[in-house]
Design a binder for this molecule. Structure first.
Ligand code: GDD
Ligand code: MG
Length: 332
């Protein structure tokens, strides 16, 4: 059977203050960009063709997940250690519960449209036939530094062996990769539990795999470092393949993404919620239902107002919201 595994343990830091620790990005609908369903609910519907659907998350959000997507099984991780441990744990648990199967692992906080199911089917077939790890490659549109980059051995095959996988390169390297025709890694993967566990055994995730062999996940999560699957496994394995993602894809990573997913007004402003903009150009303005925002004569800004929080940042620095959240966490 095909089992979909939706990863929903992240925090979505860069969409602060819409995204907060008690309300991470996957639980937001992004103000009706695609109706009222949250990104998580949209994701679970999108993988509805799978025989079974599981959502993996931490204890903090398990209740919320059960309420929002009662049709999915929930896997609760002993600790939040990024996607590396989360995916190894999920593969182990699903193999116990379902037996032999192939997994489609999908982020819970992306916007996807178009021919998703057919690309997924190709990747799942590739995962079974190659017994390797299959990623999805998106045609890059800018030298983004927040993504993984994939160099395919060719662009003709249904699935091409991956020559090189590089997670979050610096700006200079990203520019070179885009020129050289690399893909972005979409963050979705297809593999069998056996394939992933085999590759993870030979990676920084080994302490977790070994503890799971001995049925001691708590010890495994204590012993393993927090690391994403991209650094821990995808950059190191030489048994990986890429399927072109010929569907529309946006990971809505930071506030500047909003202008790619909502229609802009005549002055280039992207607005979520209720706002009055005078002589304002190319801004992203977002607010919750209780809040009205006005701006006069500003250009290229993000203004986001949710709960009792306001964020103002130049659009070009939208990635730096991460730093704000880190500082706020330090303050406690
Ligand atoms: N269950 C679980 N546990 N899920 C997690 C955890 C965890 O500890 N940490 C993150 N996630 C979920 C997030 O909710 C998200 O849906 C997904 O895993 C990916 O995590 P991100 O933190 O959003 O990763 P990223 O955006 O920095 O990078 C990944 O995605 C990019 C594309 O959007 C990488 O795969 C990149 O290579 C890729 O380009
Ligand atoms: Mg992400």
């Amino acid at each position: 059977p095909v089992v979909a595994l939706v990863m929903a343990g992240g925090t979505g830091t860069r969409l602060y203050p819409a995204s907060r620790s008690d309300r991470p990005k996957q639980f937001l609908s992004l103000g009706g960009v695609s109706g009222d369903d949250s990104l998580l609910q949209q994701t679970v519907s999108r993988v509805g063709f799978a025989d079974e659907v599981y959502v993996s998350t931490g204890a903090d959000h398990a209740e919320r997940v059960r309420r929002d997507v009662p049709e999915a099984g929930v896997l609760v991780e002993p600790a939040a250690k990024d996607t590396g441990p989360a995916l190894v744990y999920a593969a182990h648990r699903i193999r116990e519960q379902v037996g032999e199967c192939v997994l489609l692992c999908v982020p819970s906080d992306h916007l996807v449209a178009g021919a998703f199911e057919s690309a997924a089917e190709t990747a799942l077939r590739g995962a079974v036939e190659t017994e390797g790890l299959v990623a999805f490659g998106v045609e890059p549109s800018r030298p983004a530094t927040g993504y993984g980059y994939i160099e395919p051995t060719d662009t003709e095959s249904e699935w091409a062996e991956i020559e090189q996988f590089r997670e979050k390169p610096d700006a200079e390297t990203a520019r070179r990769f885009v020129e050289q025709g690399f893909y972005w890694n979409a963050g979705l993967f297809a593999w069998t539990p056996e394939s992933l566990l085999r590759e993870a055994r030979d990676s920084p995730l080994a302490p977790l795999v070994e503890a799971l062999d001995e049925s001691d996940p708590e010890r495994g999560f204590r012993a393993v470092e927090a690391v994403s699957i991209d650094y821990a496994v995808m950059e190191r394995t030489d048994d990986a393949y890429v399927v072109p993602a010929d569907f529309e894809w946006d990971d809505v990573g930071a506030w500047d993404a909003i202008e790619r997913v909502v229609e802009r007004d005549d002055d280039g402003n992207a607005v979520l919620g209720d706002a009055l903009l005078l002589d304002a150009e190319d801004n992203v303005v977002a607010a919750d239902e209780e809040t009205h925002v006005s701006t006069v004569g500003v250009e290229g800004l993000v203004v986001a107002a949710y709960d009792d929080r306001v964020l103002v940042v130049p659009k070009d620095d939208a990635q730096r919201v991460r730093e704000v959240v880190a500082k706020l966490r330090e303050r406690g």
